[in-house]
Ligand binder design. Structure first.
Ligand SMILES: [Zn+2]
Length: 81
């Protein structure tokens, strides 16, 4: 006779919601995880994150282009600066 022992598994519902700080790659508008971003660039005291070196290079070459809101007919402003 061997009593069946139930291994009591503790329910661990420790799924904490990670607050991800997703930055937007100003060049291609992709979401970039700030913590994982390998490519970043500072411009006017703001840090920008990029998905690839190509995007960073493009930004570095002409940050104004991506920072300044190009005159557009979008009513809502969602500029990066
Ligand atoms: Zn990109």
């Amino acid at each position: 006779m061997s009593p069946l022992k139930h291994g009591s598994k503790e329910k661990r519902a420790n799924k904490q919601k990670e607050v991800k700080n997703m930055a937007i790659d100003p060049v291609c508008k992709m979401e970039v995880d700030e913590k994982k971003a390998k490519f970043k660039s500072k411009h006017q005291d703001k840090t920008y994150y990029f998905c690839a070196s190509g995007c960073k290079t493009a930004f570095d070459n002409n940050p104004e282009k991506y920072c300044k809101k190009v005159e557009s007919d979008h009513p809502k402003r969602r500029g990066c600066c």
